[in-house]
Design a protein around this ligand. Structure first.
Ligand code: GLU
Length: 451
């Protein structure tokens, strides 16, 4: 990691002390503080009013028990979280993650990132995140429903369309959102559509929300490539993951003329030199909910499955890499391999998928690098558009919604680009995103007084 300004070091030391054993949260704070050295050098007033210290401390953290009954009649216990990080710009907004790795440190890192990401969208949304250590893999529909209902029986009292608005994340898609929203509606006796986003169209969802994160990342990278006079057309691309973000990244990259030759899940990756067959991938992952090896098996000759432990997806040579699986999935070694094989641009579809070492390798090599909090903001931006449609009891067309998404992504790109230049680091999108996001939140907090 790079070093941070000496005026900011005590803030990081205190964050680490107060949040012991939460390495992902420390990592996320470290990266932002690293960028803020240039801000406080230029505008020392940001050191006043403990603005930076307050931004690093969540406004509220909720941890609760989730008891539920499995199909064998046994009582199971999971732990639920909601970290309401910052509401200076609007109601807390951010997804729910269901994954066995979830703990308070992971939710805190995600909530922290979300605060800056949401600020970058320019929409009136604060930052929050939640989830559970529940593992949805292998669970029946009934088990998923009972779990979601139990979770919401506790969480509902902390939510509201003007208070806190969850959505999906890893392990939480349309099915889970439906069950959680249904239980919220029942407990409150209110059809409060704007309390959840990522809803199905049938009960107040937005068109293009499912596609938005992947499409948005692709728009962002396309804009970045444009600054070098090039585009996706004819480029070889690797997209890790095979969830919602990865699938719609592949779709958009293909429509821009790029060739995606690899994608993955937690069991391994597939290499398909002829280009990923998206219909087959959707069928395997979304309809059948199967492992990625099944894609290679059904695709036949030419497609290969490489199990975890027998190589990294980042060993596959490509010109554009779009990590869209999970945090810290791309190491310094992976980054060095990508640089060696000629990568020119990286767009993070997941939250913090590149380790600090990897980011440094990309930056030292002068690669175009789009950090997740800017590049994957299209999902939450479209969530804000969903809230807007719900508030006006309206429903927009796909084209209208995607057009707004494209404009928002272009604005985020241009803001990050211009901010990096203003602070003397042209082309450094990490710096641009961190500073632009911080300034928006900090300015609002300053005006709202010490709260
Ligand atoms: N989980 C997504 C993210 O990381 C979406 C959050 C939302 O739509 O509220 O940004």
């Amino acid at each position: 990691m790079n070093s941070i300004d000496e005026k900011l070091q005590p803030i990081l030391t205190e964050v680490v002390r107060r949040n012991a054993g939460e390495p992902e949260f420390h990592q996320a704070v470290h990266e932002v503080l690293e960028s803020l050295g240039r801000v406080v050098a230029k505008h020392p007033h940001y050191l006043d009013l403990a603005l930076i210290e307050r931004i690093c401390e969540p406004e509220r953290q909720i941890i609760f028990r989730i008891p539920w009954v499995d199909d064998q009649g046994r009582v199971q216990i999971n732990r639920g979280f909601r970290v309401q990080f910052n509401s200076a710009l609007g109601p807390y907004k951010g997804g729910m993650r269901f994954h066995p790795s979830v703990n308070v440190g992971i939710i805190k890192f995600l909530g922290f990132e979300q605060t800056f990401k949401n600020a970058l969208t320019g929409m009136p949304i604060g930052g929050g995140k939640g989830g559970s250590d529940f593992d949805p893999k292998g669970k029946s529909d009934g088990e998923i429903m009972r779990f979601c209902q139990s979770l919401m029986t506790e969480l509902h009292r902390h939510l509201g369309d003007q208070t806190d608005v969850p959505a999906g994340d890893i392990g939480v898609g349309g099915r889970e959102i439906g069950y959680m929203f249904g239980q919220y509606k029942r407990l409150n006796n209110r059809f409060e559509a704007g309390v959840f986003t990522g809803k199905a169209l049938a009960y107040g969802g937005s068109r293009a929300r499912t596609e938005a994160t992947g499409y948005g990342n692709t728009y962002f990278v396309q804009a970045m490539l444009g600054t070098k006079g090039t585009s996706f057309d004819g480029k070889t691309v690797v997209v890790s993951g095979s969830g919602n973000v990865a699938i719609y990244t592949i779709e958009k990259v293909q429509s821009f003329g790029g060739k995606v030759i690899a994608c993955s899940d937690s069991s391994g990756y597939v290499l398909d030199e002829a280009g990923i067959d998206l219909d087959l991938l959707k069928e395997v992952k979304n309809v059948r909910r199967e492992r990625i090896a099944e894609y290679a098996r059904r695709r036949g000759a030419g497609a290969h499955f490489i199990p975890v432990g027998q190589g990294s997806i980042w060993d596959v040579p490509c010109q554009v890499a779009m990590p869209s699986a999970t945090q810290n999935e791309l190491s310094g070694k992976d980054a060095a391999q990508l640089v060696k094989s000629g990568v020119i641009a990286v767009g993070e579809g997941a939250n913090m998928p590149s380790t600090p070492e990897a980011v440094k390798v990309f930056q030292d090599a002068g690669i175009l690098f789009a950090p997740g909090k800017a590049a994957n903001a299209g999902g939450v931006a479209t969530s804000a558009l969903e809230m807007q449609q719900n508030a006006s009891r309206d429903s927009w067309t796909f084209e209208q919604t995607e057009k707004r998404l494209a404009t928002i992504m272009r604005n985020i790109h241009d803001t990050c680009h211009a901010t990096a230049e203003e602070y003397g680091a042209p082309g450094n999108y990490v710096l641009g995103a961190n500073i632009a996001g911080f300034v928006r939140v900090a300015e609002a907090m300053r005006m709202l007084g010490v709260i």
